[in-house]
Write a protein that binds this ligand. Structure first.
Ligand SMILES: NC(=O)c1ccc[n+]([C@@H]2O[C@H](COP(=O)([O-])OP(=O)(O)OC[C@H]3O[C@@H](n4cnc5c(N)ncnc54)[C@H](OP(=O)(O)O)[C@@H]3O)[C@@H](O)[C@H]2O)c1
Length: 277
């Protein structure tokens, strides 16, 4: 393979990628990176207020992006979104399932024990992370199955490998996302096409809206004891920055990873490799 072929592997011109949770911190940054690499990008989210700012960041290529309202827990809204995207860009080549998160009510703390975590908060976390990933994969994966090609990239997490303290539902749900990633990779390749690949990234710790309340003090902005412990257990000694995800995301979405399916890639500054000693 010569170098021009290698360069083409990461040229996303003419390819359309859908990102659920696309107005979130990580999803939004990945959307901008993909548009910069030539892709058409559809930002899906239940709240499109932050989308305008993301589209401005994409200039002068913002015409290659569209923001579409969709709730990952509502299949009908996902189907409508798929129609809108196909109407604008044609075939959909990739799906990134970035919608996900945790909430304080599903998090143990001195005044909220595991025994008192409310069922509706636990259910919210499971639904968003695991069901939201499955439903979006059904809607957009079906179009890929009909075409015989496509790529799905899920968001797992460090806590899928070993659970983190305080967040039982989020840990179990992300373990479910990793498990589902492997299941769908096998199913797509065996039943539909070996040209449909499904992988996941497992980001370490990135300071965003979903974890700010756990990692920093709301009033002072200082690291909490948990935030400090995470930095101490991350050999690279820092939180991740959204751009730390780009290389792996582009690789897994591109033909450069044509023989890779069913893997979960840690992007964690060494957190998962470190025993703490
Ligand atoms: N930050 C980290 O350290 C870290 C580490 C490992 C994995 N992750 C995973 O990375 C992904 C992105 O997280 P992030 O840190 O960028 O968090 P974020 O900024 O909160 O982004 C998540 C996005 O998902 C959206 N969303 C929530 N419920 C939805 C629904 N029902 N339908 C459609 N969209 C919905 C959120 O919208 P609202 O703002 O309206 O809620 C938000 O825009 C998540 O799956 C997260 O679990 C993050």
């Amino acid at each position: 393979m010569d170098s021009s072929e290698l360069n083409r592997l990461y040229d996303f011109s003419g390819r359309t990628i859908v990102i659920t949770g696309g107005t979130g911190t990580l999803g939004g940054e990945i959307a901008c990176a993909l548009v910069g690499c030539g892709a058409n990008v559809a930002i899906l989210d239940r709240n499109l207020d932050p989308a305008q700012h993301i589209l401005e960041l994409m200039e002068p290529r913002a015409s290659h992006a569209v923001a579409v309202r969709a709730d990952v827990l509502d299949q009908e809204s996902l189907r409508k979104a798929a129609e809108t995207i196909q109407g604008k860009f044609g075939a959909i080549h990739g799906l990134i399932n970035a919608a996900g998160g945790n909430k304080p009510q599903a998090t143990t703390r001195p005044d909220l024990s595991f025994f008192d975590l409310p069922a509706d908060a636990l259910r919210w976390v499971f639904d968003l992370n695991i069901l939201g990933t499955i439903l979006a994969s059904q809607v957009f994966g079906k179009a890929m199955a009909e075409k015989g090609e496509g790529v799905i990239l899920n968001f797992s997490s460090m806590n899928a490998f070993r659970p983190l303290t305080c967040i039982p539902a989020y840990s179990a749900a992300k373990a479910g996302v990793s498990n589902f990633t492997q299941w769908l990779a096998v199913h797509m390749a065996q039943v539909y096409s070996a040209r449909i690949r499904v992988n996941a990234i497992a980001p370490g710790f990135f300071l965003t809206n979903q974890n700010r309340f756990l990692l920093t003090d709301e009033r002072t902005g200082e690291l909490t004891a948990r935030g400090k412990s995470i930095i101490d257990h991350t050999p690279m000694g820092r939180f991740g920055k959204p751009e730390d995800l780009f290389g792996t995301v582009l690789w897994l979405l591109s033909p450069a990873s044509a023989f890779v399916t069913g893997i979960i890639v840690p992007i964690d500054g060494g957190f998962s490799a470190y025993s703490g000693v």
